[in-house]
Write a protein that binds this ligand. Sequence first.
Ligand code: 5GP
Ligand code: MN
Length: 318
Amino acid sequence: MSVLDDIKELVEAAQKILIVTHENPDGDAIGSSLGFMHGLKKLEKDVTVFIPYINRMYDFLPGREEIRHELSDDEKFDLCIALDSSDIERLGEGKKWFDKAEKTIVIDHHITNQNYGDANYVNAVACSTCQNIIVVLASLEVAINKVMGTCIYAGMLTDTGGFRYNVQSETFEFVSMLLEAGVEIAPIYRNLFDLTTEARTRLLGRALERLEVLEDGKITYTYVTKADEAEFNCEDGDYENIVNYGRNIEGVEVSIFFREIEEGKIKVSLRANDYVDVSLIASKYAGGGHLRAAGFSISGSMEQAKNIVIDEIKKQLQ
Ligand code: 5GP
Ligand code: MN
């Protein structure tokens, strides 16, 4: 039996289904969760999506208002499905529910996935978890409609940086199907790539002011602190995308973005352009991701994190 058959069996046997995803959820995490929720509802399942916190930029997605930010301890689920999370720890609060569920499924596209479910559909060639959701829905014989398609398109769009990275000809065949289903692209694009807020813009400004360029222009880094985020009334997630400004500088190979999560804990985002494998570096520090986009958390002060990570990248460049 294939994994898709296993998934079908697990879904058919379940009634109460919980969908969880990784912490600091991005477009692919939220889009795949909502797209799959809408799809499973077509099979008359009782579906709950649990995501503790979501940035307001995703408010336009259909079904956003149904997402639960809290669950009470006495709730029980037959099946828990983890989307877009390469390991169980990254599920954050969702981990507890994944551990408690009778049965579990993992659907993901991270090469570093730990296959921690009863059934694991991990296709690392796919541009996004959303692309994998299209395949799983087809196997469940659910026809994708506009509502599902809008959520799925949002995840494909964001995880590929606007259909630039990790795309195959298949990706565009899937997109073609979504257009057939009635998905309107322009509003998704505007909500995710163009619309911003004053808080985001000011935080970006602060980060750009601090940008440093090292190693003959091959490495760039910047950082934001909790105090910066508080000063501009930022929401969690308002730092998303700052790392790409460094990456876009001509001649840069690796862009690093440091963010203070709490005192003594720093989140590191890495982006490479052509040849450095940043997923290797992230894996070394118990993180993960893709060849040219990866991340991890590190204990210590901002200064310590900078020294350790910059040294590590310098070694990779030699
Ligand atoms: P970002 O830098 O935007 O947070 O993440 C870039 C990529 O690295 C994403 O694919 C994300 O899933 C992965 N990633 C970021 N942080 C972590 C982490 O702490 N653990 C793991 N496993 N993957 C991460
Ligand atoms: Mn993803």
